[in-house]
Design a protein around this ligand. Sequence first.
Ligand code: PXL
Length: 268
Amino acid sequence: MKKVLTIAGSDSSGGAGIQADLKTMTGFGVYGMSVITAVTAQNTLGITGIRQIEPEMIEAQMDCVFTDIYPDSVKLGMLGDKRAVAAVSRKLKEYGAGNIVVDPVMASTSGSKFLEEEAIELMKKELLPKADLVTPNLPEAEALTGMKIRTKKDMEQAAGILGKICPGVLIKGGHMAGGDLHYAQAEDVLYTHGKHIWFSEPFIDTSNTHGTGCTLSSAIASCLALGYSLEESVKLGKKYLTAALSFGLNLGKGNGPLYHFTFTLPQS
Ligand code: PXL
């Protein structure tokens, strides 16, 4: 049994964060574990409260996991503040963790802040160089690079810039597909080993997108744990996300969650 750890925030509505991560891992047939960095009170309409977990408690959770059921891959989501970024970086290094996927979560879809401004620099300095893949959406890629991203060429350029600090960079174009121009395909670019590789799946036009970023990064981490290459993992993760969106689950009064159990891995 392959084991995957998520280090992220809890979403009481079950659609994003830790809850989406564990569902995704279960969908891939791997054993999921969780280190909680923050607790959010939220539903599909928005967030009413956030409590950060103290770094000592984040470290204690990581110690328990890494000294007992050592994970084959690690997904990082909402970290919240600088102290959490520092604590998580330190522990990942101490335990020599591998197959690290960083979803550089900065804000919720509804706009609540999930990462302190000053934590962004620390993430670039301490966390991304230890990771195998970072998976920013367009606003996150803009915040990490300081450049405006309007076109696919811009996405390639931003991925190349981030590629100087992290060996794998996946910039997700969903915001472009869903924007004013409304593309039929959701296109993401992976930059690794000096090459740009594009991934394209149909753009699912729905407002029920709560937890898409969490789901994709956990799907990729699950595939890495199962032994797929980075490129294969991105491809399978994106297919899984498209299936989870396409199911058309429609729960709650706002931006609803995905359905995590429709996808089966292709037989090899
Ligand atoms: O998708 C970003 C995200 C990450 N982590 C938690 C969240 C969300 C979005 O709502 O709630 C806990």
